[in-house]
Design a protein around this ligand. Structure first.
Ligand code: ADE
Length: 225
């Protein structure tokens, strides 16, 4: 899988894209993350990529041309499955969206900034608009980084124990059950006896009960309650 991130602040997520799970995926040859500085596609001598909005509204707006030039340059090299605009008014990112996007080959993320982007970019170049939550970030970089992480870890082979990506919270619309490691007793804080019993069927049933109880208590909306 290949992810191209178009941004005016590549240095903001440069480190993140080459650490942890994204670094591991790239080292294994299972994913590529490329950052593109939108200013490199500006024709303005000051490398500007924004301008005042028509209509006298407040704030600055990202212009069509640099974005169009950057996306065209990428599309000239390969085909893309989605051109995603990170925006607080997009569809909500969740585990289902992450699963869906992890099955794609090539993705472009365009990070929003300033007051927004010229609507014609959204109308003609963007195939999907995604928000990571109902709050406004200063730019879409953190949103793109969050999504890249959630997507790439689902690519088969990225996480050593493949089972672990599928037993994540939110797979099956449930929170995960609590987990424990050694020692079995720490300062009198004991690991539940059932986990030490060796009875696989009972442990599985306990895990399901715990996941359901946790989901009901913390996220009843996931159960439609
Ligand atoms: N840009 C600003 N806020 C955002 C959000 N909540 N999700 C995605 N992109 C954004």
């Amino acid at each position: 899988m290949r992810i191209d991130i178009i941004t005016v602040l590549p240095e903001m997520i440069e480190g993140f894209c080459h650490e942890s799970i994204l670094a591991r995926a790239q080292k294994k040859g299972l994913a590529e993350i490329h950052l593109h500085n939108l200013r490199d596609y500006s024709t303005d001598k000051w490398r500007r990529v924004d301008d005042y909005p028509y209509g006298g509204f407040a704030g600055m707006v990202m212009q069509c041309e640099p974005i169009d030039r950057c996306i065209a340059a990428l599309k000239a090299e390969r085909e893309y499955d989605e051109v995603i605009f990170t925006s607080p008014d997009g569809e909500r990112f969740d585990q289902h969206v992450a699963n869906d996007l992890s099955l794609k080959g090539n993705l472009i993320f365009l990070c929003g900034h300033y007051k927004g982007i010229d609507q014609r970019v959204r109308d003609h170049l963007i195939t999907r608009e995604i928000s990571i939550g109902d709050y406004v970030l200063t730019g879409g970089e953190l949103a793109a980084a969050v999504m890249a992480d959630a997507i790439v870890r689902l690519v088969p082979g990225v996480i050593g124990d493949e089972q672990s990506a599928f037993s994540d919270c939110f797979q099956d619309d449930m929170l995960a059950a609590p987990i424990y490691t050694r020692p079995a007793d720490y300062k009198g804080w004991r690991v539940p006896d059932i986990l030490l019993s060796g009875n696989e069927a009972k442990i599985k049933a306990w895990e399901m009960d715990q996941a359901l109880e946790r989901t009901r208590r913390l996220r009843p909306d996931l159960l439609g309650e």
